[in-house]
Each structure stands twice: as C-alpha cells, then as structure tokens.
Design a protein around this ligand. Structure first.
Ligand code: ZN
Length: 183
C-alpha cells in the first residue's frame, strides 16, 4: 500500500471521528438545556446524511410522564417530516446509554446506529443491563457504541443531582448522593 493511501484512510477516519464528536456535542447541548429547566440532563440528536432531523431532551418532570425520554421526543420530531422507514439511514447520538425502554423503541424503528456517551448502569438497554440492540429478535439489530465524551455526560448528571439535593427541603445525606440515572 502506498503511503498516500494510508494517509487518505487516516484522513477519512479522522473525519468520521470529527463528525461523531460534532453531533455528540449537539446532544450534550440538549442535555444542558434539560439541566437548565430541571430535567434529568440527557440529550440526543438524530442524524440523516450529516443533518440533524430531530433532537430531544428529557421531559419527564415537566410533563409528569415517565415515557418522555429524549429519544422519544427526537423520534417524534423526525416523524413530523419523515416516514418511519427513514430510520434505517439515521444515526442517534445520545449523551447516556439508552434505557431498556428506548433501546427497544430504537430497534423497532430500525435505527441504523447508536452512539452514546456514558453507560447507564441501572437501566441501560445497550449492553449495561440488557442488550436489546443485539439480542436475537424479530427486528434488525443495531450497533451501539459508547464512550463518546462520557465525562461530559456524567458531569451533566452530577450537576443535576447536586442541584436537586441543594433544592431539596431536607438535603439528603452524603451516602445517598451517589450518581443515579433514574429517569
Ligand atoms: Zn429511555
């Protein structure tokens, strides 16, 4: 292989990483927005051909509806413009590993690929608790890749729980202040 070929493939790989980082940063911005309004800071974007076609952030507290996770909102937004079949060409960037509910939804919608920031040790459906992206089933499995800006995603969650504890009438003891991802 000629050196130029090496160089070319490296460049392509770099561009891919740059693209992934760009969209994860957009997802993190959605998480920031959630934090600002007192929602568990999880954000996501759906990307088709390098373009965001839907974005979402957690909305369970305001709506008092536990199913209004970032992924559901982003999919609903995309469906206003595109048919359900579009998701076979769509990648999801989400700051926290999708929960088992969302992981199942994403499979039913035939998502092309999922990139997430930090793992969701208590509710994760992309490998942490269940592997709903890859288990044998009737819907096509999808690849899920974690570890894209995980620290930034965790920091958002930490800021949320510190804020929540500060606002609580009876601040919780330190032993309860571990990082939780209940949403
Ligand atoms: Zn979820």
């Amino acid at each position: 292989m000629k050196p130029e070929d090496d160089h070319e493939s490296c460049k392509e790989a770099d561009n891919d990483v740059e693209k992934q980082e760009f969209f994860m940063k957009q997802a993190l911005l959605m998480g920031e927005k959630a934090l600002e309004v007192g929602e568990t800071p999880v954000g996501c974007v759906l990307v088709l051909d390098g373009k965001i076609i839907g974005s979402g952030m957690n909305d369970t507290n305001r709506s008092m509806n536990g199913t209004r996770h970032a992924e559901f909102l982003a999919i609903a937004e995309a469906l206003q413009t595109y048919p359900k079949s579009v998701f076979a060409q769509v990648d999801l960037y989400v700051t926290v590993e999708p929960c088992v509910m969302c992981a199942s939804l994403l499979r039913q919608y035939n998502i092309r690929q999922v990139y997430f920031g930090c793992a969701n040790d208590r509710f994760g459906g992309n490998g942490s608790v269940l592997s709903l992206h890859s288990d044998p089933g009737i819907d096509r499995p999808y690849p899920a890749t974690g570890g894209l800006f995980p620290n930034e995603a965790i920091m958002l969650l930490r800021r949320f729980y510190v804020q929540e504890n500060t606002n609580a009438p009876n601040p919780r003891q330190k032993s309860n202040r571990e990082l939780k991802m209940e949403f």
